[in-house]
Design a protein around this ligand. Structure first.
Ligand code: ZN
Length: 528
């Protein structure tokens, strides 16, 4: 037993020694493995994969799936088999994007109107686009992305081109993301879908919405977002690398629905549209541009076009109260409602609302009320379509300068008649006293006719005995203010021109401008 005991003890000792050696061995392996692990993550190097003769190297990963495994070092000190990575440091497989820029590497983005659009606008449209008020509907964008740092895998410098998809995004009223894939290219417009290098970390791309026929029909939800103060952003998405998805970069845009389209003068003319499923955005923009051009061909607006700036309010308005009743209260109410709902502020000089069809006709919301309503159905009729410009400028004569119609109303309501007489008494193109209101410096700039030859203006004189119906005289036989009776006369007379200039210049008397108007080509000559 004793012997047996001694034997047992010896065996136990042996076992303990074995145990100890095993523990030592395990520790040794652990050191190697952890050493490997550290080596691998810190010193993963880019290089060819394992060779068939060195199967142990299959442990070296290819995290970015670019076909290259981490550098395999077979002369490692810890054992004779392998290690993944040894100087030069391999940043490749620790970071799948170590050789390329992705959207998650973007530090900052600057979005502005493209130099081409800015130059063309300054020349053709006489204003400088404001990049603090963006809207891609009317102008192309230049995007400048600055990346965070040069990637460690970029041994030969940063790349000349970076692939990048750019989307126009917003959320609808339910919070769902809407996304429109924008056609972007390098600033030289040659390589689509890429940003081009400007300097080591700075890259640029051009977004040409004007060249993209898909754009206008797709952007009503974005206009609605801007109108509802929901953010509209550019979303940048770089390429995925294998299973690794890039993280989109969102860049909020300082959006406006009040898109400046022409001029930079102090008198703001704002074009608006009310809800009408039949009128597309393209059709509306075309209408607004036609209207804008008419101001630039009809005197005296033409001569003073630098005093005006024109804006297209992209918001789709819903103005249920707007009516055509020739009721002064209603017209004022309509005018205020139009102003207040404008995306361009309420202080414009004139608002032109392209209204849904209601079988009425274009009209001004009173004299000097600043609001013009162009009826949709009227505009669509072919016989009026060619006349949209002159008709609009006629309405501007009322709304902007307070001019009266130089044709006779069929049967004006008594209150409306009172209103007109009151306006005439303040001095206007229609007057009971031509000698006083059409003369300046001893010279008559308007016709003064007396019965039986008369030249009625707004109100006729069917009952000469009735003191309540005085003769209102008009300054010329024909003019743009004669509206539908004008027989294609698209010129104002000298007196009307004087009132328009008084309003444009915000000073002086209308009369003081008669000489200038009389000398202006494009104005009806005195006496005609
Ligand atoms: Zn009129």
């Amino acid at each position: 037993m004793k012997n047996d005991n001694a034997k047992l003890k010896t065996e136990e000792k042996k076992r303990n020694v074995l145990k100890r050696s095993f523990l030592l061995f395990a520790l040794f392996v652990l050191v190697i493995v952890s050493g490997l692990a550290i080596t691998r993550s810190v010193f993963a190097t880019h290089g060819p994969g394992p060779t068939p003769s060195d199967q142990s190297c299959t442990i070296c990963p290819d995290n970015d799936k670019d076909g290259y495994r981490a550098y395999c070092d077979t002369s490692h000190v810890f054992d004779k088999s392998f290690s993944c990575g040894y100087p030069p440091p391999d940043c490749n497989d620790a970071d799948p994007w170590s050789h390329s820029y992705g959207s998650k590497d973007i530090a900052s983005v600057k979005v502005e109107y493209s130099p081409g659009y800015v130059a063309k606008t300054q020349t053709d449209k006489k204003f400088t686009p404001d990049s603090k008020k963006l809207n891609p509907t009317l102008g192309d964008f230049l995007v400048t992305a600055t990346f965070k740092a040069k990637k460690c895998g970029m041994t030969a410098g940063t790349p000349a081109l970076v692939p990048m998809k750019i989307f126009y995004t917003t959320k609808d009223s339910s919070g769902n993301e809407l996304s429109f894939y924008l056609i972007s290219a390098t600033p030289d417009n040659r390589t689509i879908g890429y940003l081009a290098k400007v300097s080591d970390l700075v890259y640029q791309g051009l977004i040409s919405t004007s060249q993209d026929p898909r754009f206008l029909p797709a952007i009503e939800p974005y206009i609605a977002s801007v109108a509802a103060n929901r953010p509209v952003e550019l979303k940048f998405v770089g390429p995925d690398i294998g299973p690794n998805k890039d993280t989109p970069k969102y860049q909020p845009l300082p959006m406006t629905n009040c898109a400046q389209t022409y001029g930079s003068g102090r008198h703001k003319v704002v074009y608006m549209r009310s809800y009408d499923p039949g009128t597309s955005l393209q059709g509306y923009i075309a209408l607004a541009n036609t209207a804008n051009r008419s101001f630039n061909v009809i005197e005296p607006f033409k001569k003073y076009q630098n005093e005006f700036s024109h804006y297209i309010d992209l918001k789709l308005q819903s103005l249920p109260g707007v009516s055509l009743a020739l009721d002064i209260k209603q017209l004022k109410y309509d005018a205020n409602m139009v102003r207040k709902s404008s995306s361009c502020g309420a202080r414009g000089s004139a608002y032109v609302l392209f209204d849904k069809g209601d079988n009425s006709s274009p009209r001004a919301s009173g004299l000097r009320n600043g609001v013009i309503i162009m009826d949709g159905e009227f505009i669509e009729e072919e016989e009026y379509a060619v006349d949209i410009g002159p008709i609009l400028v006629h309405e501007a004569g009322h709304a902007f300068a307070g001019l009266m119609d130089e044709y006779v109303y069929d049967d004006p309501a008594p209150l409306f008649k009172d209103y007109l007489l009151k306006m005439a008494a303040r001095g206007n193109n229609c007057t009971t006293d031509p000698s006083k209101y059409y003369s300046y410096g001893g010279f008559m700039y308007g016709l003064k006719l007396t019965p039986p030859v008369v030249n009625f203006c707004s109100l006729d004189d069917l009952s000469p005995d009735d003191p309540y119906r005085p003769l209102l005289n008009r300054p010329s036989y024909n003019s743009l203010m004669m509206g539908h009776d004008r027989k294609n006369e698209n010129r104002f007379n000298v007196v009307s021109c004087g009132y328009i200039l008084k309003t444009i210049k915000k000073g002086g008397t209308a009369k003081s401008y008669f000489p200038e108007c009389a000398a202006m080509p494009g104005i009806i000559p005195v006496g005609e």
